[in-house]
Structures are given as C-alpha cells and as structure tokens.
Design a binder for this molecule. Structure first.
Ligand SMILES: Cc1ncc(COP(=O)(O)O)c(C=O)c1O
Length: 373
C-alpha cells in the first residue's frame, strides 16, 4: 500500500533524538531549531518524560472518559499553577485543530450566535470549523466554505469594531503570535482593544496559543505580555512534547453541561502522563525563563546581520525575513550545516527550537547562518 502523498519531505530520517539534537541511522547529528514544528518543548527523549510515559504504559495506557482519571486533575492543577489560569476549567482533546473546534463550539453555545471573526492570514487547523477560520482558500474545501466566518486585518482595531458592533459574532479568534503566516505579532494595544470590544459586544475572545503558548514566547502564553485575559485559550503542540494532546482553557462564566463536548482519546492516561512530565520539567528546569533569555539573545544577534531584511518574534518563536528563497536557505542549513529550521511563505525562515536550547546552540546557528549568507 502506498502512503497518501500530501507532504513535501526532506530525504532525511531522524531515528533518535536527545535534547536539541536528532540523529540519522548513520549517526549524523542535526541541531533541531524547528522542534518538529514547535512541538518539542522540553527536548527530545528527556529522561523524566521517557520514565513517566514508560511507567504509565506499563501500568494503564488507556481507559475511556466514562470513569474517573485522577491524572487529568493532576495535569489541570499543574497547568493552572504554571499558566496563572487556576480559576479556568480544562477540556482535554488530541490536537490543535480539535482544541479550536471545541472553543468555537463553546463560544457559539454560550452566545447562541453563528458567526466568527478571524484575522487575515490566520491558521487555526484543518478540521471544518478551524479551517473555515483559516485564511488560506487553498486548504478550505467547498464543504468547509462558509459565510459565517469573516476576516479583519491584524492590528486594525477599527475593522474589528465595525464587525463586532453588529453583535452577530459568537467569537473572535486570534493567534497569540501568528505562526504559519510568518511570525506576526498582535500589538499589546490591539489585544487590549479587542478584549474591550469583545466584552462590550458579548463576543467570546478565543486566544489560539497552539503554537505561541506553553512557554514558547518567554511567558506561559504570548498574550500575557498584553495583560489581557481571554474567555477561551487553546493549546496543543508543546503540551505533550510530541505525544498528541490538546486542550481548551474555559473561563468561569461559561455554562457547560454533561454531554456538551466529548472525545474518545482526549485526556487519556498516557497523554496525561506525557503532559504532566512536560510541566514538571518546564518548572524544574525553568524553561520559560530560558526561552525568554536565549530568545532575546538570538533575536539581538540576528538583528545585527545586515543581510536579514527583518527579524520578528518573541522568546523562541522567531521569523527571519530574507532576500531570496527561504526554502533554498533552509536546504543549505540542513544539508551543509546540519541544522533544521522551519519555513513560512517564500521568504521567511522560522525558528521554533526546544525551550531548553542553549545559548551555545543559538550561537552555533548564528555562525552557520552568517557563513551561508
Ligand atoms: C496557531 C495554530 N493553530 C492551530 C494549529 C493546528 O494544530 P494541529 O495541527 O495540532 O491540528 C496549528 C498548527 O500548526 C497552529 O500553528
């Protein structure tokens, strides 16, 4: 049987990983500044993570959401403490798209409204609701196309004001930092203005922190730089360090009922063990602080390189605008310098390393980049 051919692949197969490095079968080492698409938060094969998952799978890997599972509460307690959202409630699912899908539903149930306002160039995932709120017609099938979703430009508060004034929108959904679009930040003033407009018009504010959350920006969630508190926060990627898990943080004012949402695999024992291990390591090794420190160093050093047209980002979510083809530069970094990076559009290179990446590894990248440029 052939695989469905939907991904553009590099002819490289990492078979082993440790910290910020991955290795092919012949032993070649690669510095991973892509983190498997912003997923690797605490580093590859972290010993505590390996031990916690191994122990759990040997004990009980899965049981359904029809019985009590105290691991879910352990995860919620740790997440509440580290994120500063202890008064919110946690719904567990399996991926980023599913988290957004559920957040959109919760907002619509609560308000009784049908419409959603999203932001130009947004990416929220590939399931029906999430892809409808994604500003990329190429991945929206006719089945998913809907006039219920409208888009407003990033950082254009007047455009948001005009739409929300109709009081037809259940939710406004926005990324903490736009990732797939090429690392674009909502300004603090924009987020604060959006928060006020949502409150005034009864619109639920959904912060998609799937890529920008879990410490990546140097704060637990990127929106925390602006001081706002959204109504719903979605997360996934770094949450399980590679084990599939997603979640929605739900503010206290939402009415919920038994049977309102559900999933077979969401919050299963293994996923919880992985996510608990991630939060243990983030706290013990102060990885959010490391992301802020190494990220600041990296952004400063990159800004000194005259060949880069622009450097954007916060913490370890960094976009570099280059002259010429980003994919050519990424190939050279990979095949000549053995460094994985991410892409976004024709001219942006994205850096999304593990939050444990060291200053020396960041320096290694800066030197390699200077050599190639
Ligand atoms: C901001 C954002 N939202 C949602 C998603 C979708 O997540 P998943 O691929 O886990 O469904 C992504 C994935 O890249 C993302 O970057």
């Amino acid at each position: 049987m052939e695989l469905l051919n939907v991904y553009a692949l590099y002819p490289i197969e990492p078979v082993r990983g440790r910290g910020s490095y991955v290795y092919t079968a012949d032993g070649q080492e690669y510095l991973d500044l892509y983190g498997g698409h912003a997923v690797i938060s605490i580093g590859h094969a972290h010993p505590h993570y390996v031990e916690r998952i191994s122990q759990q799978v040997g004990q009980l890997g899965f049981y359904s959401n029809s019985v009590e599972n105290s691991l879910q509460q352990q995860l919620a307690d740790r997440l509440g403490a580290l994120s500063g959202y202890d008064d919110y409630r946690l719904f567990l699912c399996n991926s980023g798209a599913e988290a957004n899908e559920n957040a959109l539903k919760i907002a619509s149930f609560q308000t009784g409204r049908e419409k959603v306002l999203a932001i130009s160039r947004a990416f929220h995932g590939r399931t029906s609701g999430a892809v409808a709120a994604t500003d990329n017609p190429k991945i929206v099938a006719p089945f998913n196309r809907t006039e219920k979703v409208e888009f407003a430009p990033l950082n254009d508060l007047e455009a948001v004001r005009e739409r929300l004034a109709t009081r037809q929108f259940a939710a406004l959904i926005i990324e903490g930092i736009q990732g797939v679009a090429g690392i674009h930040l909502p300004s603090d003033e924009f987020l604060q203005g959006v928060r006020t407009l949502c409150t005034e018009t009864g619109t639920q504010l959904i912060l998609d922190e799937i890529q920008s959350g879990y410490g990546r920006s140097g704060r637990f969630f990127a929106h925390q730089y602006s001081g706002i508190r959204p109504d719903l926060i979605t997360m996934a990627k770094g949450m399980g360090n590679g084990f599939p898990i997603g979640g929605v943080l739900v503010a206290p004012h939402f009415e919920t009922w038994t049977g309102m949402l559900g999933t077979t695999f969401g919050g299963n024992h293994l996923a919880c063990a992985a996510a608990i291990a991630v939060l243990d390591v983030m706290r013990e090794e102060q990885l959010i602080e490391n992301a802020a420190r190494v990220g600041e160093y990296l952004i400063e050093e990159l800004k000194k390189i005259p060949q880069l047209k622009e450097v954007r980002g916060r913490g370890l979510m960094i976009g570099m605008e280059i002259e010429g083809s980003a994919s050519e530069l990424r190939k050279k970094l990979l095949f000549e310098e053995h460094i994985f990076t991410g892409g976004a559009g024709a001219t942006t290179v994205r850096l999304l390393p593990a939050l444990s990446v060291s200053q020396e590894q960041a320096e290694q990248f800066v030197q390699a980049l200077k050599k190639l440029l």
